[in-house]
Every structure is written in C-alpha cells, then in structure tokens.
Design a protein around this ligand. Structure first.
Ligand code: D41
Length: 676
C-alpha cells in the first residue's frame, strides 16, 4: 500500500474514533481546530483520489443535493408498539401477568430503559456498513431516510470491532437533546423562522427534511435498543448483553439502562429515574421495561401489535390541551408588561395549572392567540408553564385577538413599545405601584441584598400599610413596626430586623445588582464593580467610560447613565449608604489581582458559606467564576454532592479542592477568619 493510501486510511480511523468518543461516548476528545484540520486533510486526499472514497468515509455523511421525496420501506419484521402502564398498580399487574403466564413464582429479570421521546427508526447494516435508515411509520411501512440518518454523528457508518451478523437491522430512537433544541429554537426565533413546540417535533421535522444538508445542522442523536431482522451471525441471549454488544459495535446506547430483578427492582428504577427526569439532558416520557431473557420473551410472544414481555410506564404528561379564558398583563420591576394566560385548570407536568406565561407581545403575535382558543400548555421541570401553541382550527367565530393595553393596568400610565423590541413597558417608573413592589422584592432577594425572611408577602404588607415606599426605608424599620403587621409575631419581627442589620454588610456587586438598573444583571454588576472599584465612580461614569467595561454595550451604558441621571436615584443610593449599608473596597484593577486571568468553578454544597459567598470571594480576587467545567478551567472547588462537574474536572485533570482546602486557602489569603 502506498504511503498516501496508508495515511488516508489512518485519517479515516482517527476521525471515526474521535466521532465515536464525542458523539457516542459523550467524552471530549480533540480541540475543534485539530478535528477540522484532519477533516480538511482527508478531503484534500479524496479530491486527488476520488476512486478511494467509500460511503464509510466520515466526509461522506452529507449528500450533495435534496431528494424529490421519500420512498417507502417495508419492514421485514414489523416494528411493534408498546403497551402503557400509568400507575404502580398497572406495573404490578404487568409483572403478575408475566409470572402467571410463565407459571412461575420466581422473580423475573427486567431490562429498564428510559423511554426517549423521539422518533423510532430502523438502521440496516450489511457486513457492518450502514446501508439504509427508515422511520417506523405505522410499524409495517416506513419512509427511507437513509440520507438523513447518515448525517447523525452518533450513528456509525461502519460498525466497530467484529462479530456482527452479515445482515443486522438495529432499532432505536432518534431524538434531540434539550440543550440543542433550546439553542436551535432561539436561533430560529431570532431569524423569524419556524419555532418547534418541543424536542420531539423538532426531531421529527428535522428527519423529514428532503435536503440532508439541513438535517446535518440539527443536533440529533440516536440511542439503539433492539434488533429487527438479522442473518449470518449470532446475537447475545438477553437484552442487557445485547446493549453491551451494541456498545462494542460503536452504537450509542442509553447510559441509564439497567437490569434489575423483580417488581421491587422495577419500581425502584422508576422512582430513581423520575426524580432525575428534569436533570437528564434529553426528554423522556417514561420508562420501558423488557423481560431481559430473549428465550422468555419468545415464550411470552405478542398480542396484536405489542409484545407481552414489554411495557412503557408513562410519566405525567408535560403537555396538555386546555382553553384560554383570558389574558392579563403583569407589570414587572422595569415596567415590562408580561402577558399571562388565564386557563381552564388542567393537570400537566404533575400539577394543576391555571396560569401560563406568554412571554411578550412578539410571542403573542407569533402564536396568534385569541381569547377562547384551545391552547397547548407545556410544563417541563420547574420552569413556568408556557402556552406553546394555539389550536386555531377550533377557534370560535368572532374570537378576540389578544392585544396589549394602551395604559398600565396598575397605575394607568401610558404604555410604550420601542420599535424593534419585544417588550411593552409602563412609562410610570416609580409612580407605578407594581414597579415599586417588584423593585423592592428584587432588592431584598437572595442574589441582591439577601435579606433572609424578607419575602413577597412582607413586601406587600409593608407597602399596603404605607410602612415603606423605597428600599432605603427598609433600613429604618423597627421591630415594633414590623410586629404591627398582620400575622407577624414578636420573634419573627426580631429575626427580620436582625436579617436587615446583617444585610448591611454586603459587596459592591450585590448592591449594584440590587438597585435594579435595567439590563444590569449579576455579571454586569460584577464587571462594573471590578472596573470602577467604587459606587461614586460608577455614578460619575460617562457612557464612553462605561463602554470600556467588559461586556458592557451601548444599551447597558445608556441604562446606567440614565439611572444615575435621575437625581432621586442618586439620593436613594446615598440614603441607603447613610443608613449603614457598606462593603469592602473592590480590587479595582484585575491585572494586579491574585487570580486575574483565572477561571474557577464552584460546585456541590459548601457548608460554611453559601455558594454565592464563595463566588464573591473569588471575584474579589479577580477570578472569573464559570458555571461549567471546560479545558479552560483553572480550579474547581467541590463541596459534598458535587456531580457531573466534579467528574468532568477529574477527566480533564483540573485541580480540585474540597471545602476544607478552600477555607484553608482563603484563610491564607487573609480573607477568612474562622468563626465567620
Ligand atoms: O426509548 C424508547 N422510546 C424505546 C422505544 C425503548 N427504549 N424501547 C423500545 N422497545 C420497543 C420494543 C420492546 C417493541 C422493541 C421502544 C419501542 N419498542 C417503541 N418505540 C416506538 C414504538 C415502540
């Protein structure tokens, strides 16, 4: 073999290996730049020697031109459907049915798999080479989506290792991970393109593209879970081993899958996975349980189109249809009017939902909702329920379109919507009681002044009884005043006053953030604080000076200048400081700071301080504090309960300190005095 040919083969192996590591095993392998260089080199050789190119080359994932349509595929063995179980009782009945049918009292082994919410597909491998991909369709006939499945990097074009049957039909689910879905939708939204309702629809729409170049840009993955037709070789004798075998052949399998024993094992798996549902990187709508042993599966057989030996235990649905009764507008801290849907109560995502957000007027227009419409409500995880679609087919004649009010529903001031912005805003400023209320809630909140126990109810009660008007008034409250509020005992009043006192010792970033200047979030507040070093300098800063701050653009700069141009705001700041709110000076120049240029990550529970406090310390030393671990991370502080971030740090060989190390180190820096 020529040197170049050997080089070419080695490149294919190397790129295929990197794809496998990254897309199948989820391990980071090479820097993008290196990967791109290898791919360019491969393509260069292929341009010189087109006759060397095979369909298995990693350069051959994307076809050149769109198809006219999809041809149909008859499945040689039907792709079955799954029976559902909706409760623990249903599941127990399933296990009992199996035992009865097998005429045995012995516990059965079950393979448990997350039920991915995607599209079931079939892949055909001939002598290890991917030759066809098809959708499940109705189980008998599907569509040929070979060109599209070839673009999915977790699907091997050539099986790895050895020992696969000559013909092997692998079945599994193609899905879109949550993060990729969010990113893709955000991009589509910005460009005014079609937004998908959920990751499943996005996966389905992406697979139905006639132009595989479009599919290639969608973040799809595939996990494999069964075999259809096979010939010319043998397979393991149970599901657990089949999954292990799939893994060796380079097919992606679900890392959560597990073999358990008996009803108890099955139920335990349910509880553990359900608790983690929202934290998984992809959506699941339940768990699939399969009798592990293939011989037992064969004995149990099928009823109509579903196997007797498998069942899908469904989780509570995250989307339901209900009716939109009305839309009201809530006024936020910066005057932004948020349209809120009042709904006919509906059970979704495990709770009864009667309100859902419509975000802003752009979203209302995009959804084209009318009062009385049937709408799809989605509640996934802990996020606020959302209206994701209006079912316009069922619209009642004469239904009223949702429009923004001309006046603020709370204070009656005019409402404005800046050209090109999604947000409608009340122009009332601090005369608007809603804006005042929200500003105060923000001021006392955890990431701002962090006044323990100062909740929404107390803010409302103090405002209603005219005990406070502005944030500075909080620092003049007495225990007697607080105690005079309804449902407030002596002890709680004292606790609140103590918490207010304690909050006076703060940091400049927190104080700045607490002021609630538009577009000044935690990060911007930190950047402003480290850049200028004092509140006086920030108040005096010009737009040009503000633009020198990291991540501060013209918009933020204008908001800061406008805020402090308002004399009332400056007086309020001075009054708060006069009443005792103070902080240590900030290390003004990041160049001289101990940790300047370093990126730290804090994860897990820190018992002697809050995670936010730990971050404050690091920021004061000039470090950047990141939310995730990457090759750029210099140091990780990991308290008990640290999970994936700690694991990642260990994989990447990044130094990790535990809480004791961290406190020792802070003490050495003179930042921590024991008994703090
Ligand atoms: O994750 C899934 N969505 C999933 C679907 C899974 N993990 N296993 C499955 N197993 C089967 C049998 C037992 C019939 C081989 C399935 C499906 N079927 C399935 N997907 C769509 C219809 C049926």
């Amino acid at each position: 073999m020529s040197d170049l040919r050997a080089k070419y083969n080695a490149l294919i192996d190397q790129i295929t290996h990197y794809d496998h590591q990254y897309y199948v095993l989820n391990e980071s392998s090479v820097p993008d730049a290196e990967y791109d260089r290898l791919m360019q080199e491969l393509k260069g050789i292929e341009a010189e020697h087109p006759d060397w190119v095979t369909p298995q080359s990693p350069s051959q994932r994307v076809a050149g031109a769109p198809q006219a349509g999809f041809t149909t595929v008859e499945h040689r063995i039907p792709m079955l459907s799954l029976d559902n179980a909706f409760s623990a009782e249903d599941l127990a009945a399933f296990v009992k049915r199996l035992k009865d049918r097998l005429n045995s009292t012995a516990d059965i082994e079950f393979a448990c798999e997350p039920k991915l919410d995607g599209i079931a597909v079939s892949l055909l491998y001939e002598n290890g080479a991917l030759v066809r991909g098809a959708t499940r369709g109705d189980g008998t006939t599907g569509e040929d989506i070979t060109a599209n499945v070839r673009t999915i990097k977790s699907i091997p074009l050539q099986l790895r290792g050895a020992g696969w049957p000559e013909e092997l039909e692998v079945r599994g689910e193609i899905y879109m991970p949550k993060a990729g879905f969010e990113k893709m939708n955000a991009k589509a939204m910005a460009k005014g393109e079609k937004v998908f309702v959920n990751p499943r629809n996005a996966a389905s729409g992406s697979l139905r593209q006639l132009d595989s170049r479009l599919t290639a840009q969608r973040p799809l993955e595939m996990c494999c879970y069964s075999v259809g037709h096979f010939s010319g070789g043998d397979l393991p004798s149970n599901q657990g081993e089949l999954m292990a075998q799939f893994g060796e052949w380079g097919l992606k399998i679900n890392a959560e899958s597990q073999v358990v024993i008996g009803l108890q094992g099955v139920q335990q798996f349910y509880e553990q996975l359900e608790a983690r549902r929202d934290n998984l990187p992809y959506e699941i709508d339940g768990i699939v349980y399969k009798v592990n042993d293939f011989a037992l599966q064969n004995r149990l057989g099928f009823v109509s189109r579903a196997p007797r030996w498998a069942i899908a235990r469904k989780f509570p649905a995250q989307e339901e249809i209900t009716r939109l009764l009305d839309v009201e507008f809530q006024v936020g801290r910066t005057g932004a009017l948020t349209p809120v849907a009042r709904l006919e109560p509906v059970f979704v995502g495990g709770v009864t939902v009667s309100n859902a957000t419509l975000h802003n007027m752009d979203e209302v227009e995009r959804l084209d909702v009318h009062i009385g419409d049937k709408v799809i409500v989605r509640r996934a995880g802990d996020v606020i329920p959302q209206v994701v679609k209006a079912l316009s087919d069922d619209r009642l004649p004469g239904a009223k379109k949702v429009t923004a009010p001309a006046e603020c529903p709370e204070c009656g001031s005019l409402v404005e919507r800046v050209e090109g912005e999604a947000v409608t805003r009340c122009t009332g400023g601090i005369i608007c009681s809603a804006q005042r209320r929200e500003a105060l809630k923000h001021f006392v909140s955890r990431k701002a002044m962090d006044i323990d126990g100062f909740g929404e109810k107390i803010v409302d009660a103090l405002l209603e009884t005219n005990k406070i008007h502005a944030a500075s008034d909080i620092y003049e409250l007495t225990a007697d005043t607080v105690e005079s509020l309804e449902r407030m005992g002596k002890k709680s009043a004292e606790n609140l006053i103590n918490a207010i006192q304690k909050s006076k010792q703060t940091t400049l970033p927190r104080f700045l953030f607490a002021l609630g200047i538009r577009e000044v979030g935690e990060t911007t507040a930190r950047n402003l604080a480290t850049h200028f070093g004092s509140i006086e300098k920030i108040i005096a800063a010009t737009e040009a000076q503000l633009l020198e701050v990291e991540d501060v653009g013209p918009k933020v700069a204008a908001h800061v200048v406008n805020f402090f141009a308002e004399e009332q705001n400056v007086m309020e700041v001075q009054r708060i400081i006069a009443l005792g709110v103070h902080w240590d000076d900030v290390v003004a120049s990041t160049e001289t700071a101990l940790l300047s240029g370093q990126t730290w990550v804090v994860t897990g529970k820190i018992s002697q301080m809050s995670r936010d406090e730990a971050k404050d310390y690091l920021l004061r030393l000039g470090a950047k504090v990141a939310g995730s671990v990457s090759a750029k991370t210099n140091q990780v502080v990991a308290g008990p309960g640290a999970g994936s971030k700690l694991k990642k740090a260990e994989e990447l060989g990044i130094p990790v300190m535990d809480e004791a190390d961290f406190i020792r180190w802070l003490t050495e820096q003179g930042l921590w005095v024991s008994g703090n």
